[in-house]
Design a protein around this ligand. Structure first.
Ligand SMILES: Nc1ncnc2c1ncn2[C@@H]1O[C@H](COP(=O)(O)OP(=O)(O)OP(=O)(O)O)[C@@H](O)[C@H]1O
Length: 265
């Protein structure tokens, strides 16, 4: 679904990502972690072409944006969904209107059909029907995340990018959001790229984890791969006090067995 090779990104004299490689496979939920300021958001924005890269190439759904013309780029963009940090909803638009923004941008549909589609997405993410006409300021943090997810799903994408989707949610709200993501992956066949600091999310819903450090993906794999990886930050993150309360520290801990110990289970 995504293949990044030799990606280098910087600002002035500062190199943030250096010769980074990353793969995401169809149908998986990939958890992307790394210390604050290591470049997780920069990579996501680079993949989405919101930031330029200095070198390397990125293929999404088998296609390289650089080799596409404008209509082909739009067609590829429509197959991607994005949930930015804090939801990034337009504050002057209702939930329904926010969900319809990508529809207006890419499709030419009658208003009545867009209204029906927006209601469908609202129900899909577990919001009440009357959320449609509310403004973001009238929503709780959890509702904002769900509304933003509904907008990310507006065009039935195949690959969804989530930037810290559970940050700011209480543990129960975060667990429910994780379950929603897993259910949507199972029912819609989504592939999910999820930047997160949330250990519970990593242990309960992610199929694989990639760790960003030293300006590249240091290690990709299962929790067992993380536990076995010899790097001080990775060891501290996955074997630290908080992690120990969630994840069994012996090897061979599959995702299912991990899930039993995770938040809310
Ligand atoms: N537009 C920009 N111009 C200059 N520097 C930037 C820009 N965007 C990001 N950076 C720098 O790139 C580095 C990586 O930032 P980024 O936001 O990707 O970190 P992150 O890993 O997502 O952090 P966090 O987990 O705290 O969200 C930081 O040092 C940041 O200051």
């Amino acid at each position: 679904m995504l293949s990044a090779r030799g990606v280098t990104v910087g600002f002035g004299s500062k190199v943030v990502l250096d010769n980074l490689n990353l793969d995401i496979y169809r149908g998986e939920i990939l958890g992307f972690v790394g210390a604050s300021g290591t470049g997780k958001s920069v990579l996501m924005r680079t993949v989405l072409r919101l930031l330029p890269r200095r070198s390397g190439n990125i293929k999404i759904l088998g296609q390289d944006f650089d080799e596409l013309d404008e209509p082909q780029r739009n067609a590829l963009d429509m197959r991607l969904g994005v949930l930015f940090q804090q939801g990034a909803l337009f504050s002057s638009l209702t939930v329904k209107e926010n969900i319809q923004v990508p529809m207006r941008e890419y499709l030419d549909l009658p208003q009545s059909l867009m209204d029906e589609l927006a209601q469908l997405k609202i129900r899909l993410v577990g919001l009440a029907a009357d959320a449609a006409d509310k403004y973001p300021s009238e929503l709780s943090g959890g509702m904002i995340k769900r509304a933003a997810l509904a907008r990310a799903l507006a065009l039935d994408p195949e690959l969804v990018f989530l930037d810290e989707p559970t940050s700011g949610l209480d543990p129960i709200g975060a667990a429910e959001f994780d379950e929603l993501i897993a259910r949507l992956r199972d029912t819609l066949g989504l592939t999910v790229y999820m930047v997160t600091h949330d250990l519970d999310s990593l242990f309960s819903v992610c199929d694989r984890i990639a760790v960003l450090g030293k300006k590249r993906v240091m290690v990709e794999g299962t929790i067992d791969d993380m536990l076995a990886f010899d790097d001080p930050w990775v060891q501290a993150y996955f074997k630290g006090k908080r992690a120990r309360s969630i994840v069994p520290q012996s090897g061979h801990a599959g995702k299912d067995s991990l899930a039993q110990d995770s938040r809310g289970k």
